[in-house]
Design a protein around this ligand. Structure first.
Ligand code: HEC
Length: 150
């Protein structure tokens, strides 16, 4: 009897998981949220690099680590089913047929943000300029190709 109940509970939990299937639009919201968080941290890192705010090595490193972690996340939100979403978005249609190039750029972002996070913590912010610039160029080159003007 106990075995039977355990079996039913197990079955229900499996069924529960499939019922809670993620809606297509949630993928859109998810990837935009990730980009917004990434943008938040990256912008403040940029202000420090450019001297618009005081450079704080610890804060810069924390933000660089956040960006590196976030860089791994948006890819999951680009499922082909989101192509026809009615939600406002800025994805150019090329994303859906130039997937190899798009994935490459996404992977490039992971590599360059990881490198920046590794170098972050440097006492002199000028030592971070090159690594920061590399990441910034990657944001831009993907946006130029695959993001509509916002
Ligand atoms: C591989 C391509 C790619 C890279 C690299 C990339 N982005 Fe984006 N980004 C996109 C696309 C595509 C969108 C539009 C997403 C949508 O509308 O669903 C976007 C949207 C955004 C948005 C707006 C989010 C919203 O609410 O619509 C911000 C902010 C952003 N990116 C920041 C960044 C920053 C900062 C970097 C670099 C650290 C970066 N992105 C790197 C492709 C990229």
């Amino acid at each position: 009897m106990r075995k039977l109940i355990a079996g039913i509970v197990f079955f229900m939990s499996i069924a529960g998981i499939s019922q809670a299937e993620v809606a297509t639009d949630d993928y859109v919201t998810y990837r935009q949220s990730v980009f917004n968080l990434m943008g938040w941290h990256f912008k403040q890192m940029g202000a420090m690099i450019q001297g618009r705010t005081d450079y704080d090595a610890t804060e810069f490193k924390q933000r660089a680590e956040a960006v590196a972690a976030l860089a791994q996340m948006p890819a999951e939100g680009f499922i082909p089913e989101t192509r026809d979403t009615q939600l406002p978005h800025h994805v150019k249609p090329e994303v859906w047929y130039q997937t190899e190039r798009f994935d490459e750029l996404m992977q490039g972002l992971v590599v360059s943000t990881t490198e920046l996070a590794k170098q972050a913590g440097a006492e002199d912010k000028d030592d971070l300029r090159a690594a920061f610039g590399k990441v910034a160029r990657q944001c831009k080159s993907c946006h130029d190709r695959y993001r509509e003007r916002m």
